[in-house]
Design a protein around this ligand. Sequence first.
Ligand code: NAG
Ligand code: NAG
Ligand code: NAG
Ligand code: NAG
Ligand code: NAG
Length: 284
Amino acid sequence: MDCCSPRMFLPHAFFHAMVLAIIITVMAEEKTCDLLGEQGQESSKELALLNRLEPLVNQSFETESKNGDGHYIYKFRICREVFSNMTNSGLVQISKTDNKQKVIGRINETHLANGTRWIMLVYQGGDPYGTHCTQEGRKALVMIICNRTMLATGFTMVAEEREKIKQCSYVFELESSLACPPEDLHQNVHPHLSIGSILLITFSSLIAIYIIGGFLYQRLVVGAKGMEQFPHFAFWQDLGNLVADGCDFVCRSKPQNAPAAYRGVGDDQLGEESEEQDDHLLPM
Ligand SMILES: *[C@@H]1O[C@H](CO)[C@@H](O)[C@H](O)[C@H]1NC(C)=O
Ligand SMILES: *[C@@H]1O[C@H](CO)[C@@H](O)[C@H](O)[C@H]1NC(C)=O
Ligand SMILES: *[C@@H]1O[C@H](CO)[C@@H](O)[C@H](O)[C@H]1NC(C)=O
Ligand SMILES: *[C@@H]1O[C@H](CO)[C@@H](O)[C@H](O)[C@H]1NC(C)=O
Ligand SMILES: *[C@@H]1O[C@H](CO)[C@@H](O)[C@H](O)[C@H]1NC(C)=O
């Protein structure tokens, strides 16, 4: 096939330009966290966490820390380079005294883990220790703790562990709403009912069941009509009378007639009726 005739050359040139453009785009894309393990296999759990942290990749965090041998500034970014002139630098230590910079952890060696209210981010592959920790590479451990009020706040250094022979680390803390469990968000919208309201709801439900159930029972089983359909109608009527009498006794300032007061509550409604009419109520 004739590759270089004008008819074939144009499509070829176009194809090459396309491939070049794609390669340039891929290379220009910002570096991000590399979760590849030893087997070159990305874990779906870690990828899910990486997606969860996506809103923070734009931000840059900074904290100061003084210890025995110096005063340092720590700069931290999630899955982005802190300084583009330091390859894969995810967490950088800058000495305030001599401005020396050290990469504590790199984004191309990221590990993620989470629990109910925290996400742990580990950057390994930092600059090697000079004398401590068998001169292994430095490592940053950032604990992201749930704080609902902020997307990101409170980046601080917690501790530096370098007395061990291996697995030394710089430990940091960051608070973020991204580390919070979703169920809690739901609870915030619908706060828990207080014990008082639960009792109130239970009580009113019981009353409703009593009235409706009693009504149906009286109507369908007993065959009551009119007001009699209300459950225990006579009892409630009596209770009403009793309350009215009690009120009458307590609240009325002057007695209607002196003897009635001695005969007790409840006799009032009998009014002026003769005492003989009560006789049939007495036990024989
Ligand atoms: C990052 O910041 C730029 C501008 O500062 C903004 O346009 C972009 O939407 C931000 N991206 C995220 C994921 O917040
Ligand atoms: C990298 O760049 C920063 C500012 O962009 C500069 O302060 C620092 O000295 C540079 N570090 C190295 C190792 O070149
Ligand atoms: C990560 O990046 C650093 C600096 O570019 C490099 O030395 C190191 O080998 C990389 N680590 C891995 C696991 O690719
Ligand atoms: C860890 O994060 C994943 C992905 O966001 C989530 O599905 C899982 O429930 C979290 N684990 C715990 C214990 O909260
Ligand atoms: C959450 O962050 C805010 C603002 O920094 C802070 O005032 C508050 O104490 C934090 N809440 C918790 C539970 O740490």
